[in-house]
Design a protein around this ligand. Sequence first.
Ligand code: FMN
Length: 133
Amino acid sequence: MNNQALNQFAYHSKLANGYDVNCVGPIIKAARVFNALHGITGVLLFDGERFFQYVEGESATINALAERIHRDPRHQHVTALLHEPLHTGRRYPHWSMAFSSVDEDAIIDQMIASTPHEAVALLLDRHLTLDID
Ligand SMILES: Cc1cc2nc3c(=O)[nH]c(=O)nc-3n(C[C@H](O)[C@H](O)[C@H](O)COP(=O)(O)O)c2cc1C
């Protein structure tokens, strides 16, 4: 794949009122199917209340996914941190959507307090030590 055609998108959000942790499993399951079919890779963190997600893939595919994610009623306050071309190649070539439940961990706080590029670098640094499946 031509790396110049890749886009990256990262955001944080909150579980919407009226939804609970039971909606997370179906989100991941459906995301993995769609992402695998459409060449999207990335990571989703969830701390029981907040999401942090990083996705990468072909530009038009990522832009369309970012729009659907913004509209998804299962979360609110979707705050985009990074939405731009990815020139360096994929960060997560092997993960159609790695997931980690991080309720014991302040990583989402750290990421929100960082600059967007630092947050994505922090995620990458940590992803091997997180309980990702
Ligand atoms: C936190 C969160 C992360 C999501 N991640 C993905 C994803 O990586 N890939 C994906 O296809 N859908 C993902 N979704 C689901 C999309 O928001 C959306 O429901 C899905 O693309 C179907 O869109 P549609 O119902 O408009 O067709 C995510 C939803 C949430 C709430």
